[in-house]
Design a protein around this ligand. Structure first.
Ligand code: UDX
Ligand code: UDX
Ligand code: ADP
Length: 464
């Protein structure tokens, strides 16, 4: 029987290790966290994160070979393999502030492993980290370990996307496992290959050296985000010329060298990974004295910020250059559909800009709580404070409540329930002030049909 411990019961550690337990009934998986409330939620009927299909997997294996606990030390002692899936947020102060990853959580977890282990372990870096973090982990482990104990370090970055985590984990494009190119490193790598090979075809489990594996994770996210910034840059040209960004994306995507995915223009990308990973890459490039490379990747984030600002300007301009005291319905607050996660969501920036213009915003999202929305809008750096939020923000329980009496609707997240078949736009039109405006930041609505109802429609990447 193999024992796996996962340190960190978040968006990455929770689903990825739950799927291992589901696929391998003879492996004991213990997911630990310091946060008691989070562990309690994992042990309840109401899991702390929303992912389609995750409930079934957790409920099927919990208490059998899948356990959630705050007893970190015992789980480390019992484990053969330890995944480190703690948070690595962008540093808020000090060296590399606003760019470099804060590795304090990784270091604390690593030191704990060294301190309490009474047998040799394979330690697997799962969180997204800057290149060469594995080297630091190894140094800490070796300097602090008890006699006769060996630690082998692997890099096994996670590529799951939120909202499709279970499908991505069950049927991934690839799994990357990096190791030190030594006999011991290869042996450790093989142990993890053996776990994944239980349900993933062998050719998709790719092995390489540690540093390639660490860099590949940052590179994949940077390339994906770069596609979105590229299509968003083109959306600005489309709006100015009369080209249609969906048509342009389709035309480009049919070139097999380019491919059709990740070319959907939007109000801007969000999520906990894209911006953070690119900024990590920028910081790394600067540290390596490669300023041109740093500037190249930085421009992907600059374009994303520009897109959010550009869309807000379009809203204000269209609403006769003022939104003061106007009710604006903001539909969607999560950074994309099918998740309750709001980290770096474009909706936060948009809300903040609109509040600064003194608009009254009515927000509805099917999966994000009022508490979360208020917390996000009062975070330092967002540009709005508690007084602004209390005065200008209402969180609503339905699309219809948010839109009633509004001057405009802004689609921020592409939730299916906002689509034409599922929401009654005729009914909404009747409840709104006139002229009734819709700003589609996700290209999910049928603009000609809405115009037939009487709406004035403005869509990203399209001019009227
Ligand atoms: C991403 C990567 O896809 C995943 O492989 C990695 O492990 C973590 O980061 P995630 O952040 O969960 O996953 O979501 P993703 O689907 O990549 O979307 C990121 C953002 O880009 C969202 O805000 C989404 O709305 C936006 N997006 C995506 C677009 O604006 N247009 C697109 O065509 C695709
Ligand atoms: C290009 C487009 O491919 C083609 O669709 C368009 O009609 C004209 O421009 P071409 O310039 O003939 O075609 O050659 P292409 O094969 O695209 O290569 C362009 C340059 O990019 C070459 O110098 C090539 O060596 C380089 N390249 C291409 C790389 O450096 N790396 C690659 O992965 C691909
Ligand atoms: P991610 O999206 O990378 O999974 P999250 O913030 O959702 O990030 O999850 C990381 C989790 O790791 C948090 O729940 C946090 O409490 C936990 N964590 C951080 N440091 C430690 C530690 N030293 N021991 C146990 N858990 C930790």
């Amino acid at each position: 029987m193999v024992n796996i411990c996962c340190i960190g019961a978040g968006y990455v550690g929770g689903p990825s290790c739950a799927v291992i337990a589901y696929q391998c009934h003879d492996i004991n998986v213990t997911i630990v966290d310091l946060n008691q409330a989070r562990i309690d939620a994992w042990n309840s009927d109401n899991l702390p994160i929303y992912e389609p299909g995750l409930d079934e997997i957790v409920f099927a294996r919990r208490g059998k070979n899948l356990f959630f606990t705050t007893n970190v030390d015992q789980a480390i002692i019992d484990a053969d393999l330890i995944f480190v899936s703690v948070n690595t947020p962008t540093k808020k102060s000090g060296m590399g502030a606003g760019m470099a990853a804060d590795l304090a959580y990784i270091e604390t977890a690593t030191r704990r492993i060294a301190q309490v282990s009474t047998s040799s372990k394979i330690v697997i870096e799962k969180s997204t980290v800057p290149c060469r973090t594995a080297q630091s982990m190894r140094t800490i482990l070796e300097a602090n370990s008890n006699k006769g104990i060996r630690f082998d370090i692997l890099s096994n970055p996670e590529f799951l996307a939120e909202g499709t985590a279970v499908a991505d984990l069950t049927n991934p494009d690839r799994v990357l496992i990096g190791c030190l190119q030594t006999p011991e490193g290869f042996a450790a790598q093989q142990k993890l290959v053996d776990v994944y090979s239980r349900w993933i075809p062998k050719e998709r489990v790719i092995t390489m050296n540690l540093w390639s594996s660490e860099l590949s994770k940052l590179a994949a996210n940077a390339l994906l985000a770069q596609r979105i910034s590229s299509i968003n840059a083109l959306s600005a040209i489309c709006e100015a010329t009369g080209a249609d960004v969906d048509e342009v994306a389709y035309a480009c995507g049919t070139d097999s060298r380019i491919g059709p995915k990740f070319l959907k223009a939007s109000v801007g990308f969000g999520g906990s990974c894209f911006q953070k990973d690119i900024l990590n890459l920028v910081y790394l490039s600067e540290q390596l004295f490669l300023p041109e490379v740093a500037a190249y990747w930085k421009s992907v984030v600059t374009m994303n910020e520009y897109q959010k600002m550009r869309f807000t300007h379009r809203i204000v301009r269209t609403l006769f250059n003022t939104v003061t005291n106007k009710k604006i319905a903001l539909l969607g607050f999560a950074f994309k559909k099918d998740t309750g996660d709001t980290r770096e969501s474009a909706a936060i920036t948009l809300s903040s800009y609109l509040i600064q213009e003194h608009a009254n915003i009515a927000i509805y999202d099917p999966k994000v709580s009022a508490k979360q929305i208020k917390m996000d809008l009062t975070e330092p750096g967002v540009g709005t404070n508690e007084a602004d939020v209390n005065k200008h923000v209402t969180v609503c329980g339905s699309v219809y409540e948010a839109c009633a009496d509004a001057a405009a609707i802004v689609i921020c997240t592409e939730w299916d329930e906002f689509k034409m078949g599922q929401t009654d736009y005729q009914k909404i039109f009747e409840s709104m002030q006139k002229p009734a405006f819709i700003f589609d930041g996700r290209l999910i609505l049928d603009a000609p049909k809405l115009r037939e109802i009487g709406f004035r429609v403005e869509t990203i990447g399209k001019s009227i």
